[in-house]
Design a protein around this ligand. Structure first.
Ligand code: ATP
Ligand code: MG
Length: 452
């Protein structure tokens, strides 16, 4: 089947609408790149000759997404198509956005302002021809990301392209052409001109690629890591123990690869996990306990996530996954210990916790760790099936019950409930009204004796 046969009929009908009004319309960018690589495009973008106001008039359901930049989203036969008027960009004094955009009459001008050759391909649907002005097809075959024109100028115009180059290389499994890569190395510090949100989004797209380690290696080799994630630098070349084959950094990026691409947040947790190890081991003389590097890593990860403007919820999730990463199960754990673990990790993260730890164990290449983890997961699964009480709200009595039983209205209520939860985690059969009231009274008596 030819490339043109794979294109949905709606795309042809969409383009025909422009033609019958005397305008040109070409699928461009990512969709052409995907079609040529044998993939199904996730969406279709079009370069059109009509000015945005006229594009709006051609269709019934339009969203003026970025009228100023010439972009209109058209809802058409169940698709959401983006049509952008041919444009050129003038001057980039801040390396972030063009000083102005102007519309141009020519597709060639429009293609020239795009970033990489593989992103500057267009399709002439009427004549069934690929429009390839910069040998993008050749670069697709060679699996190369190459700037259009002078790489140095292109990166000076727009510093986001530094990350886009790495992102496309990672997502497509391509290499970066040598002169383009050299220009990235030179311009790397300017990546900071991008907003934190845009940096975060590009890095997260790297995390969604099938092998994020490709992207992170390019980030390291180009010096981009130094600019956007300096916290990773101490992990490079850091040997955790003498018998490990790889340094900590390599293990972290390989752990990302071992996790599913549809779980980018989990991959972030994998990347930032153990990042505090270099600090805690360096301070070993101060008798840092094993647990400390979990805490230190969680703190560093939290700071990174906040800087990159992740949501509070995402930051908390990553922090928790990292902080609990130093928990080491062994077969001597009682069922109570398993329930205490279940109480420490929110239920919506249970699966993720085990998925992350399994990926870590795989890159650690320790069979014992893997076997223990499987045993832990199996015991955990059985324990969770029994639906044990894991939080204060699962207890058979609450604060009001304690007040009714004559407890003073003070901190002691909260302390007593916590004590009861500990008792129930250890022994779930204690979770009855009678037994908990009894235990609460004993606890109150003990604490008041201790205080007097
Ligand atoms: P995908 O959507 O699959 O990530 P894409 O190639 O469609 O890939 P977009 O970010 O959606 O990438 O951009 C669409 C097209 O617009 C690109 O293919 C490229 O031609 C052009 N483009 C986007 N951002 C830039 C930029 N910063 N500089 C130059 N051209 C760009
Ligand atoms: Mg796109």
């Amino acid at each position: 089947m030819s490339l043109f046969e794979k294109i949905p009929d709606s795309v042809y009908r969409f383009a025909a609408r422009f033609e019958s009004a005397g305008f040109e319309c070409y699928p461009v960018g990512g969709c052409v790149r995907d079609l040529l690589s044998g993939k199904n495009p996730a969406d279709y973008d079009f370069a059109v000759s009509s000015p945005p106001e006229l594009t709006c008039k051609l269709f019934r359901r339009v969203i003026p997404t970025g009228i100023k930049h010439g972009t209109v989203t058209v809802l058409f036969e169940g698709f959401s198509f983006e049509a952008t008027t041919f444009r050129t960009e003038n001057g980039y004094s801040d390396s972030r956005r063009p000083d102005s955009v102007s519309f141009t009459g020519s597709l060639a001008e429009d293609l020239k302002r795009r970033d990489f050759t593989v992103n500057a391909l267009a399709l002439d649907l009427k004549n069934q021809k690929i429009i390839d002005l910069f040998d993008g097809c050749g670069d697709l075959k060679r699996k190369l990301i190459r700037c259009i024109g002078s790489p140095q100028e292109r990166f000076e115009e727009d510093a986001l392209r530094l990350l886009r180059a790495v992102r496309f290389a990672s997502c497509l499994g391509f290499e970066i052409d040598h002169p383009t890569f050299e220009a990235i190395v030179k311009a790397a510090p300017s990546v900071k001109k991008n907003s934190a949100e845009r940096i975060r989004d590009e890095l997260t797209k790297i995390m969604k690629s099938s092998k994020p380690s490709i992207g992170w290696e390019l980030m390291r080799r180009s010096g981009l890591i130094t600019a956007v994630l300096p916290e990773l630098l101490p992990c490079i070349g850091f040997q955790e123990t003498e018998n490990r084959r790889r340094d900590l950094y390599t293990r972290l990026i390989e752990t990302c690869d071992a996790l599913p691409p549809e779980k980018p947040l989990l991959r972030w947790a994998a990347l930032l996990n153990n990042i505090g190890k270099t600090k805690s081991l360096a301070e070993k003389d101060n008798r840092q306990s094993d647990n400390d590097y979990g805490k230190i890593s969680a703190e560093i990860a939290g700071a990174v996530m906040r800087r990159l403007k992740f949501s509070n919820e995402q930051t908390q999730t990553v922090r928790l996954l990292i902080k609990t990463g130093t928990i080491r199960y062994d077969s001597s754990w009682s069922d109570g210990a398993i329930r205490r673990f279940a109480a420490a990790v929110p239920e919506n993260l249970w699966d993720d916790w085990f998925t992350l730890r399994r990926a870590e164990a795989l890159t650690e290449e320790s069979r014992t760790t893997l076997l223990l983890l499987d045993e832990f997961r199996e015991r955990f699964r059985k324990c969770a099936m029994e639906n044990p009480a894991l939080s204060l709200k699962d207890l058979a009595i609450n604060g009001a019950d304690l007040l009714a039983a004559g407890f003073p209205k003070s901190r002691i209520i909260g302390d007593t409930l916590k004590f009861l939860l500990e008792a129930v985690l250890e022994n779930p059969s204690e979770n009855t009204r009678e037994r908990l009231t009894e235990l609460a009274k004993e606890y109150l008596l003990r604490t008041s004796e201790n205080q007097s």
